[in-house]
Design a binder for this molecule. Structure first.
Ligand code: FAD
Length: 401
């Protein structure tokens, strides 16, 4: 059943402030806050973040016992645990602040058929974990977790596949279908992450196909639109036309995009025009425009705003008020990553909006690349302390600890 705006009771309207650190850190004990403080202080140090990954990889290769140290520090800040069961505390903790969990199996790198099958099974387990639990309202996966990058890249070029590749591709499609089918059977939405532009045509086709199959009455499958690409706002609008013509609900996770440097470098090296917007302002303008387009069509588009940008969150919240969309409309979710931007997540949840956080999990060694990227994002920018550290200091002062 499509949810009608009128059938969703509007919650009491609470004024939205992203500066309220008491709400942002209500779920964190003093000890949690101190740990986060020392961690972000260390991360703020550019030098440490530059040498850290090399040192950590070396220590792990040498068999030094540093897993415990990583698990108690940076892993604890940004990951839920090594297994789904280990994420239970994080799930409860977030839920106590009105924030949902997206279990994100974050193992990167290995590419063989056994690993792909195992990843498919694990993603299906996240869907089973989410079934019937409002604390885990949405799930997610990456197609490169269940299929070989090189194969997806070849498909993107339109080149014809060998007989063996055709068979391999059928297996990838079957894994994606298994995941989406499971999501459909139990009524738990699943998002497909966006990745590098040179495999994205294939991912988009797959996602659109899954949406057409499973989004007839409720949004089960979401594709991801990377608005740092200059062509993605147009793609979003075009997909909506297709969805309208074929009678399915479009699921759209809106993000700016995570691979900017890599995209620009490849385009330059290979001599094709960069798919990235000319500047940040253009990305911000299109992000707002994409948000506006979705909210204006909210009965037929379900949106997940995956962003740590305060202005983008406020823009969406204001637009919902302006267009009289209830804060808890099932077609609107705000989404951030665990351990970051709690001031956005918990203040939005406190004001009655739907909020979900990615909770990455997996063996410590396998999630290290993810952790290094989070550290990189939180280094000092031109001598300024990172925003996360600033917020933690503010809350420490408020608590007088
Ligand atoms: C819940 C969630 C899910 C996500 N899922 C995905 C995903 O599936 N795929 C994916 O690729 N990323 C994903 N991301 C990451 C996301 O794309 C961004 O990299 C990250 O969130 C930073 O953007 P922002 O909107 O939070 O913040 P901001 O700080 O406002 O924006 C930074 C981003 O702006 C863009 N940008 C910066 N400078 C320029 C420039 N000069 N020109 C053009 N663009 C510029 C880049 O994308 C950069 O990452 C996700 C993020 C979240 C929070």
């Amino acid at each position: 059943m499509l949810t009608n705006e009128n059938s969703v009771p509007a919650p009491e309207r609470v004024t939205l402030s992203f500066e309220n650190t008491e709400i942002a850190f209500r779920h964190a004990s003093n000890a949690d806050l101190q740990r986060a403080y020392w961690l972000f202080k260390a991360i703020n140090n550019n030098f440490l973040v530059k040498v850290g990954p090399g040192m950590t990889n070396f220590a792990i290769k040498m068999g030094l016992p540093i897993k415990g140290l990583i698990k108690a520090t940076i892993f604890k800040q940004f990951c839920g645990g090594e297994t789904i069961a280990e994420c239970d505390n994080t799930i409860k903790n977030l839920h106590s602040g009105g924030v949902g969990t997206i279990l994100d199996y974050s193992v990167e790198g290995e590419e063989d058929e056994k690993v792909f099958d195992h990843t498919r099974d694990e993603i299906i387990r996240t869907i089973e974990r989410a079934t019937g639990d409002p604390a885990v309202p949405i799930t997610v996966f990456k197609v490169t977790g269940v299929g070989r990058f090189g194969l997806l890249e070849k498909l993107d070029t339109g080149a014809s596949l060998t007989a063996a590749e055709i068979e391999e591709w059928q297996k990838v499609q079957a894994r994606v279908l298994d995941i989406c089918q499971k999501a459909f059977q139990v009524g738990v939405p699943v998002m497909i992450d966006a990745e590098e532009s040179w495999i994205q045509i294939t991912l988009d086709k797959l996602a659109l196909d899954m949406m057409q199959r499973f989004n007839q009455y409720k949004c089960i499958v979401y594709n991801t639109y990377q608005i740092y690409r200059h062509d993605k706002l147009a793609d979003l609008k075009q997909d909506f036309e297709k969805a309208t013509a074929k009678g399915f609900i479009l699921g759209a996770k809106l993000v700016r995009g995570a691979y900017m440097e890599k995209e620009r470098k490849r385009a330059q090296e290979m001599g094709y025009p960069s798919p990235i917007q000319p500047d940040k302002q253009s990305a911000d303008r299109d992000y707002n425009e994409a948000t506006r387009f979705c909210v204006r069509n909210i009965e037929r588009i379900a949106i997940v705003a995956g962003t740590h940008n305060e202005d983008s969150c406020r823009f969406l919240a204001d637009l919902m008020n302006e267009l009289n969309v209830p804060h808890n409309h099932p077609h609107v979710y705000f989404s951030q990553l665990l351990g970051m931007s709690d001031n956005l997540s918990f203040n939005l949840a406190n004001a009655g909006y739907n909020v979900v956080k990615y909770v990455p999990y997996g063996p410590v060694k396998a999630v290290l690349p993810y952790l290094f990227r989070r550290a990189q994002e939180n280094t000092a920018i031109a001598g300024q302390m990172s925003r996360e550290l600033g917020l933690i200091i503010k809350e420490k002062q408020r608590r007088k600890i």
